[in-house]
Design a protein around this ligand. Structure first.
Ligand SMILES: Nc1ncnc2c1ncn2[C@@H]1O[C@H](COP(=O)(O)OP(=O)(O)OP(=O)(O)O)[C@@H](O)[C@H]1O
Ligand SMILES: [Mg+2]
Length: 381
């Protein structure tokens, strides 16, 4: 195939940049898009690492991964029937394990490390605290982008309710660890790392008995130990977070946003785009996934219509009309998006089945980059 000049920012990013972050609200197709564009970059000759988070079991299997493949594994693209000038590695990112590794790295002593990792509260927090998973994905990115085997890392992001949660996660996590209200509340009583009778001051006793009633003494102890142990870690965390932000802002990085064609999702995409611009982060593309086909587009006029039962024909007309209304509403939303972002969205149709193998990924990539026609599903139900 003749080399084309990169015509779009996403294509330029895949050919030349070092980091691509794929964001979007839960379930819109982030993992699918991340894997598809990584595959495309390998077709174009780059040495790519696709770092996925919780891919579906079938997709993971197709990528040669088990749920716990923390190490990049190379896909034998040729053996699978794909001609690629570059290489594709894939891995799944375990955000919990990344957090542990970070604690190990920054804990001031062996004892502190053990205290944190075994702490019940840490085990809860590292799993449940809003922003932890997003933050850890960014953290991993710092490590991966130094790996000599790759010249492009494509990072999938964890499921969030809103795309923006990903960007705001580090701030939230750090401010929680820094001057979190819990810490403020607990520290005077637990500064020695143990419970003392000092909690029996009037206000303290009241607050404490309320907390104890709901959370339990043991929990409070865990919590206080957790904050004390984290004290030494905090500076290291903060420094890493600053490096992450620098990396995300670097001209060698790029953000892709994935959205569904529903109005709310497009509104959110617009807002996300605005925030990226405000934060001076490089936005390189908007993928609108699972677009419905317009049944009227490309329909041939004239010819003899098939003879149908009148009742059935009536139903068909109704389905056709509904689908057309939906497709047109989606396209109006897209037009507005294009005006507001100054960038044409990249469209991926709803495919015949979910995307669980390389062929499916190649089909998605072909839709995004317009390299081959994609068959549209025409559902009549
Ligand atoms: N264009 C498409 N046509 C048909 N199925 C699709 C399409 N895009 C994605 N899917 C399917 O939708 C499901 C969700 O996609 P995916 O896992 O990529 O979403 P996600 O944004 O990563 O979700 P999460 O937020 O949970 O991580 C998958 O089963 C995937 O195969
Ligand atoms: Mg996903």
């Amino acid at each position: 195939m003749a080399e084309r000049r990169p015509s779009r920012p996403l294509e330029e990013a895949l050919r030349q940049r070092r980091v691509l972050v794929v964001c979007g609200a839960g379930g819109v197709g982030k993992t699918t898009t991340a894997a598809a564009v990584a595959l495309q970059a390998a077709f174009w000759g780059r040495r790519v690492l696709a770092c996925t988070i919780d891919p579906s079991r079938r997709l993971a299997t197709s990528l040669g991964l088990t749920q716990l493949s923390e190490k990049p594994r190379r896909l034998a693209l040729e053996r699978l029937g794909f001609e690629a000038r570059g290489t594709l590695h894939a891995m799944t990112l375990d955000t919990k394990r990344t957090f542990d590794a970070l604690v190990e790295r920054f804990a001031p002593s062996e004892a502190a490390r053990g205290r944190i990792l075994d702490n019940r509260f840490y085990r809860q927090v590292s799993d449940a605290l809003a922003g932890t998973h997003e933050y850890m994905a960014m953290e991993k990115l710092l490590e991966l982008q130094d790996d000599e085997r790759f010249d492009l890392v494509v990072l999938d992001t964890p499921p969030t309710r809103h795309a923006l949660d990903f960007l705001e996660a580090p701030d939230r996590l750090l401010s929680f660890l820094d001057t979190g209200i819990l810490r403020f509340f607990l520290k005077p009583y637990f500064v020695a790392g143990r419970l003392t009778l000092r909690i029996a001051t009037r206000t303290g006793a009241l607050a404490f008995s309320m907390v104890d009633k709901y959370l339990g003494l043991r929990f409070l102890q865990d919590l206080s130990e957790f904050f004390l142990a984290f004290e030494g870690l905090y500076a290291g965390f903060k420094e890493r977070a600053a490096q992450v932000f620098e990396l995300l802002r670097d001209p060698g990085s790029g953000f892709v946003l994935v959205a569904s064609p529903a109005r709310l999702s497009l509104d959110e995409a617009l807002y996300f785009h605005r925030r990226l611009v405000e934060k001076k982060m490089p936005f390189v593309g908007l993928v609108v996934n699972r677009l419905h086909p317009d049944p009227a587009a490309g329909a041939r006029r004239g010819g003899t219509p098939p003879r149908l039962e009148p009742a059935f024909a009536e139903k068909l007309v109704a389905v056709h009309r509904d689908l057309r209304t939906l497709a047109r509403a989606e396209r109006r939303g897209l037009a507005r998006l294009e005006v507001d972002t100054g960038m044409a969205p990249l469209l991926v149709p709803e495919l015949e089945s979910d995307v669980h193998d390389l062929r499916g990924l190649a089909e998605v990539a072909a839709a995004i980059f317009g390299t081959a026609p994609v068959k549209l599903r025409r559902r009549v139900s």
